[in-house]
Ligand binder design. Structure first.
Ligand code: ADP
Ligand code: MG
Length: 161
């Protein structure tokens, strides 16, 4: 298995559909963050860990609290980006934590640890939302396994305050 796969990127603006329409905001990763994924181009939903880094130095106003910058379970959708005629991958990460503010432009680190399921075509919004809820539970439950505890200490992540 190719896991873990480590990604570092900047959070990009998208069409704002995840949060508003589905109650599931996803941090869209920048293009250059996706190179380590080209080895594993099975599209679909993955789980793992993510950490958003604060902006600038400690004396600068930050949009995030210290709690927001901890490591949390995440569910990530990997697909072909229709905006680029399906020639480029796109990765969107839902982090399982309540953030008070948006964090566009912040750096994010993502450790991809496993595959949940392929992307499906949905005939109803409700069915899609149901599956997203299940994906979140799978991510949280998987990361509770003792075998995964060492990944919270992975060198990819910045030391928590
Ligand atoms: P976009 O199309 O711009 O990605 P979304 O509706 O998917 O819009 O919302 C994503 C944005 O919401 C992220 O870039 C981030 O700033 C913010 N956000 C707030 N909470 C979360 C969360 N738990 N996981 C991911 N992004 C979040
Ligand atoms: Mg998004």
């Amino acid at each position: 298995a190719p896991f873990p796969i480590a990604l570092r990127g900047t959070v990009q603006k998208g069409f704002r559909r995840g949060g508003k329409d589905l109650g599931c905001p996803t941090a869209n990763l920048s293009e250059e963050a996706l190179h380590p994924l080209s080895a594993a181009t099975t599209t679909g939903i993955y789980y793992g860990l993510a950490q958003v880094l604060p902006r600038g130095s400690v004396d600068t106003e930050s949009n995030l609290s210290a709690d927001d910058c901890k490591i949390y379970p995440m569910a990530m959708s990997l697909g072909w980006n229709p905006f680029y005629k399906n020639e480029r991958l796109s990765a969107e990460v839902h982090i399982i934590h309540e953030y008070k503010n948006d964090f566009y432009g912040n750096e994010v680190r993502v450790l991809v640890l496993g595959y949940i399921r392929p992307e499906l075509d949905y005939t109803s919004r409700e069915a899609l939302i149901d599956d997203i809820e299940t994906d979140k539970k799978v991510a949280v439950r998987s990361l509770e396994r003792p075998a995964y505890s060492r990944y919270f200490k992975d060198a990819l992540f910045a030391n928590e305050q």
